[in-house]
Design a protein around this ligand. Structure first.
Ligand code: SF4
Length: 412
């Protein structure tokens, strides 16, 4: 029956709307492909549905994050899009790991700009003991001197390394799948797709939020873009960063034509429809690829921004992004608000008894009701710092979390 519904070109959109907003179930691959293949004239309708789904599942808030390239270049891997690979002659300015003081200062600046998360990125296959220990020191210093949440992106992780980062207080780990499994051999030969998947699984097992996305416009087909969205969905990430290829001189993809802005918007909308609850973040390449359509991407399902500069390319001034959000009526929110809401939605879908969200639009100043199958309903009061609230929600029984739950005051 469902297959019959997705045959017509606009019926495909109606079927997707029924599934996502009516039945509140996920799209299957055929349904997503049927929407993906609609003609360009249907793009505004696809975007409108993606926007509705985003508001329904995530609310209007946009999470801001800034990133820092803590170690740039000289990476032994051969990813064809990457100017940091030692396999290619690129004009990148290589630098070793930044010292802790510099990282703390950058985290402070990010906090001042309104970012809720600060991500430490290093260009390596994976961290050795020395590098991991430097990162752990930096994480401790940032947590001691700021209240920003720390994220890391250090390449392929062993299981024990993932646990070490989680224990140090890293809340999110970024490890991109980069592209569809069927296209991955075209972009990297020094490690496998499975290497990447395993790291993502270690991150989840260690209790960190998984951030995993990739790069669009590297020569993959429309079907592979949809395949990529489903590969990501299978990992159930909290956050999916979307980069658009901005071809870097000296890399094998240097002469790849830029993705069409309308194709970029279509892909954003498709990702939102395939992963309704995810934090879908604009990452690198949006200025170059989307140009005047950047705001359209925010309507098509984007609810996260990397502000400031990217790893090897310049972003636009953060103030311009903040102004754009104001113009669109999209308030900046703490990332955990979106993540908590997604977990609530999944708990409801997975059959929690009497599970109904009491608050429609939780924000950082409101409380959150948590309903999990088999557990008593819990209320996380307003005014609790994001990190303490996260601990309170997701099982940490530390004293500060319990205090915040029983007293309803601001946790330290
Ligand atoms: S994408 Fe990451 S792993 Fe690949 S070459 Fe660049 S820094 Fe290295």
């Amino acid at each position: 029956m469902r297959r019959q519904q997705v045959k017509g070109k606009y019926e495909a959109l109606e079927a997707a709307a029924d599934a996502l907003l009516g039945e509140r179930r996920s799209l299957d691959f055929e349904e997503a492909m049927a929407v993906a293949e609609l003609p360009d004239e249907a793009l505004p309708s696809i975007v409108a549905l993606a926007h509705q789904v985003m508001l329904d599942r995530c609310g209007p808030g946009v999470a801001l994050e800034s990133i820092i390239s803590a170690k740039t270049g000289a990476c032994p891997e051969d990813c064809t899009f990457c100017s940091q690979s030692a396999h290619y002659k690129t004009p990148i300015k290589v630098h070793p790991m930044l010292d802790t003081e510099t990282l703390v200062e950058a985290a402070r600046d990010s906090e001042r700009l309104g970012a809720s998360h600060f991500c430490i990125v290093v260009a390596v296959r994976g961290p050795d003991d020395r590098l991991l220990s430097k990162v752990l020191d930096a994480v401790a210093a940032i947590r001691a001197e700021t209240s920003i949440e720390v994220a890391c992106s250090l390449g392929i992780l062993a299981r024990d390394q993932a646990f070490a980062l989680a224990e140090a207080g890293v809340v999110t780990y970024n490890h991109n799948l980069e592209t569809a499994r069927s296209f991955f051999p075209n972009i990297c030969t020094t490690h496998t797709y499975e290497d990447r998947v395993w790291t993502c699984l270690h991150v989840k097992e260690a209790g960190m939020d998984l951030c995993s996305g990739g790069i669009l416009g590297m020569g993959e087909s429309l079907t592979q873009r949809v395949e990529f969205a489903f590969e990501l969905r299978a990992l159930d990430p909290v956050e999916v960063p979307i980069n658009f290829l901005d071809p870097r001189p000296g890399t094998p993809l240097a002469s790849m034509p830029l993705m069409q802005p309308r194709d970029a918007v279509r892909t954003i909308a498709l990702f939102r429809l395939v992963m309704p609850e995810v934090l879908l973040r604009y990452a690198g390449g949006r200025e170059v690829v989307l140009r005047e359509l950047q705001a359209y991407g925010l309507v098509a399902g984007i609810n996260g921004l990397i502000i400031g500069n990217y790893l090897t390319t310049l972003g636009r001034p953060p103030e311009e992004d903040i102004e754009l959000l104001e113009q669109l009526g999209r308030p900046p929110v703490d990332q955990s608000v979106i993540a908590d809401r997604a977990k609530l939605e999944k708990a409801i879908r997975n059959g929690a008894e009497n599970a109904e969200p009491v608050m429609e639009e939780p924000t950082v100043t409101e409380g959150v009701v948590l309903i999990e199958p088999g557990k008593p309903v819990r209320f996380i009061p307003p005014g609790v710092a994001a990190s303490a609230r996260r601990r309170a929600i997701w099982g940490d029984t530390s004293e500060s979390a319990q205090v915040s739950l029983t007293e309803g005051g601001t946790a330290s």
